[in-house]
Design a protein around this ligand. Structure first.
Ligand SMILES: [Zn+2]
Length: 278
C-alpha cells in the first residue's frame, strides 16, 4: 500500500523519466476511473498532444503539470500502482489506464481500488481541491517544524496513532510508518496527543523525519500480500530496517523485551514495545 515514502519514490522517478514527454494516446478501461469527467473521451482529449512539464506531490496525490497549464492528477488510493512500460509490453491483468508517449513507451495504472482515480484539472482549480490540501503538514517539506507539529498535537483530543494515521494533521502516514515512528520516538500508540511534553514532541518530530527520509532513501517498504512495487516493478528496501511493524514476539532492538501486537479493529493492528514505549 503506498504511503508517503512510496508516493515520493514514484514522484522522484517520474520527474526523471517522463518530464518533457508528449502524450499521444490515452486508453481508460472503466469509466469509474475518470468519474469526475463527463466520459472517457473527454478525459483523453484533455491529455492528447500535451507534454508533461513537471511532477509534484500533494499529500498522496501525484500532480502531473501539463504544458497547457492543466494538470493530470493521479490518486492511487489504498493499493493502485503506476508502471513504466514499453508500448509493446503485454497488457497485464488489472490494467486500468494506459498513457502512451510519442517516444519512450508509456505509463500504466494498475489495480486501482475504489478510492483511486485520475482526473484533469485546470491549474487554478487545484488550489480549490480540498482533498489535495487536506493535511495541515507535509513532513517532507521545510514547512514541517517541531513547532508546527507541537501546535497540531496540543490542539487535538486524540490518541497518538489514530492522529498520525488520520491524515488531517500529517499527510501520507499509514500503519507501517506510524508504528515505526512511534517505536523510534519511544512513545506508545495510545498516548493522548495533548499530554506530550515539549521534549516528547521534539522526539516525535525527529522520529517522523528520520523514518520517512530513510524510507524515501530506501525506496519504500515492500511487505505483506499486496506488496509495494516501484515504477519498474522493483521492491523497496525499507522492510529490512523495520523495528516494530510485524515484529511481534521478536526482541526489541532497544531493550530486548519481546514486542507485542494489539488488534485495534478488524483491519488494524499496532506493533510496539511494552517496555520502552510509554
Ligand atoms: Zn523496547
Amino acid at each position: 500500500m503506498p504511503e508517503l515514502p512510496e508516493v515520493e519514490t514514484l514522484r522522484n522517478d517520474l520527474e526523471h523519466e517522463i518530464v518533457g514527454r508528449k502524450i499521444t494516446d490515452v486508453e481508460v478501461k472503466a469509466a469509474r476511473t475518470v468519474r469526475r469527467h463527463r466520459n472517457r473521451k473527454e478525459f483523453g482529449k484533455r491529455l492528447a498532444g500535451q507534454r508533461i512539464a513537471g511532477v509534484e506531490r500533494h499529500g498522496a496525490y501525484l500532480v502531473h503539470e501539463l504544458e497547457s497549464g492543466d494538470a493530470l492528477v493521479v490518486a492511487l488510493g489504498a493499493s493502485g500502482r503506476l508502471r513504466r512500460e514499453r508500448s509493446s509490453a503485454p497488457m497485464e491483468q488489472g490494467t486500468d489506464v494506459v498513457i502512451t508517449f510519442s517516444t519512450g513507451g508509456g505509463l500504466r495504472v494498475l489495480g486501482l481500488p475504489p478510492d483511486g482515480e485520475l482526473f484533469v484539472a485546470a491549474g487554478p482549480e487545484l488550489d480549490d481541491l480540498q482533498e489535495l490540501h487536506r493535511a495541515a503538514i507535509d513532513p517532507l517539506t521545510d514547512a514541517f517544524t517541531w513547532q508546527s507539529l507541537g501546535a497540531g498535537l496540543l490542539s487535538e483530543r486524540a490518541k497518538l496513532r489514530p492522529l498520525l494515521l488520520g491524515g488531517d494533521l500529517i499527510g501520507g502516514i499509514g500503519p507501517i510508518y506510524a508504528d515505526e515512528i512511534l517505536w523510534t520516538s519511544g512513545l506508545r500508540w495510545d498516548r493522548e496527543a495533548s499530554s506530550l511534553s515539549p521534549q516528547e514532541i521534539r522526539r516525535l518530530y525527529r522520529a517522523i523525519q528520520e523514518v520517512l527520509h530513510e524510507a524515501v532513501r530506501l525506496r519504500g517498504t515492500s511487505v505483506g500480500d499486496d506488496v509495494w512495487l516501484d515504477l519498474h516493478g522493483n521492491k523497496g528496501e525499507y522492510q529490512n530496517q523495520l523495528n516494530a511493524y510485524q515484529r511481534e514476539g521478536l526482541p526489541c532492538r532497544r531493550c530486548r523485551t519481546p514486542l507485542v501486537v494489539q488488534q485495534l479493529d478488524e483491519m488494524d493492528r499496532t506493533y510496539f514495545c511494552p517496555r520502552c514505549q510509554s
